[in-house]
Design a protein around this ligand. Structure first.
Ligand code: A2P
Length: 279
């Protein structure tokens, strides 16, 4: 005789809380990877914001209980995208990324659908030029913002600078800019000359066409000479900064010395800063 269990309080397949499914994983170097996951239908966010994502931790040796292991990750995809994209470092002994780097399509991750962050258009006063200063995985929020039409509607020029140790570390950003420039919808906003979106990659530990920390290249005027543009001014320039603590502090100092002030969601000004999150 077949027994039909009609109880409804028995969980079916145990699933993670706030689970999303991995759809694509790309390994860029032995230290960098990006991945895409399904997007919760109800998730709305502003390009440039971050969410907490992670995996279930190992069971507690005493109680056997598992707790989610979560870290802040900038959403690298634009707000119109059907999926969510993230760009991450792989830290071999990092509690989360030592495991996260092994995810594959079909796997599940935890995603808390509460986006927050300061690298958003709302936190800046209107201006003409918008600078994105990134080091390493700090490019992630800008990967979202340079795919957002509002970026091109609000500014005459967008300058994305990305400083990494080696040329291979720039590849994610290089391909991203290429994608944006060849995207039909965005191309119309950027214009055929494509000079509205300027990409300025630099390396510090490997020979490349442009070498040095962006901070040094700003201080000695190289960036402005290279791009044929005027120095920073509080009327024209707006900036978003996302990188190591050192980069954030150094760029802040440079911007402040030109009269730009730090803004926030509730108090928009000329620039905003967020630490690049390291797993
Ligand atoms: P450098 O090689 O001179 O330290 P990391 O991999 O350590 O996160 O660094 C990523 C990139 O950010 C590297 O190219 C590094 O240059 C650069 N960097 C680190 N600190 C600063 C800073 N204070 N200003 C500008 N660039 C920085």
């Amino acid at each position: 005789m077949t027994m039909v269990d009609t109880r409804t309080d028995i969980p079916k397949t145990p699933t993670l809380p706030d689970a999303q499914t991995v759809t694509e994983v790309t390994h860029w170097t032995d230290r960098l990877f990006s991945f895409r996951v399904t997007r919760p239908a109800s998730l709305r966010f502003r390009s440039g914001e971050f969410v907490m994502i992670g995996l279930m931790g190992d069971p507690d040796p005493k109680t056997g209980k598992q707790k989610p292991l979560l870290r802040a990750y900038s959403i690298a995809s634009p707000s119109w995208d059907e999926e969510l994209e993230f760009y991450s470092i792989k830290v071999q002994d990092g509690p989360l990324t030592s495991r996260l780097q092994h995810i594959r399509p079909g796997d599940q991750i935890i995603l808390r659908p509460k986006p927050v962050g300061t690298l958003v258009h709302d936190a800046l006063l209107p201006g003409r030029r918008l600078w994105f200063f990134a080091t390493g995985t700090g490019i992630a929020p800008f990967a979202s913002l340079i795919r957002d039409p509002q970026t091109y509607e609000d500014y005459d020029k967008i300058i994305l600078t990305h400083t990494c140790r080696e040329v291979k570390d720039l590849e994610y950003g290089r391909q991203l800019v290429e994608t944006v420039r060849s995207d039909e919808m965005l191309r119309e906003l950027i214009g055929d000359g494509l000079d509205k979106l300027v990409y300025y990659p630099t390396t510090t530990r490997e020979e490349s066409p442009r070498m040095g920390r962006i901070t040094d290249l700003l201080r000695d005027g190289t960036v402005f000479r290279d791009l044929g543009i005027e120095d920073f001014g509080p009327e024209t320039d707006r900036a978003m900064v996302c990188g190591s603590m050192g980069l954030n502090l150094d760029i802040k100092e440079i911007l402040e010395s030109h009269g730009l002030r730090e803004g926030a969601n509730s108090d928009p000004k000329e620039y905003v800063v967020e630490k690049a999150f390291v797993g």
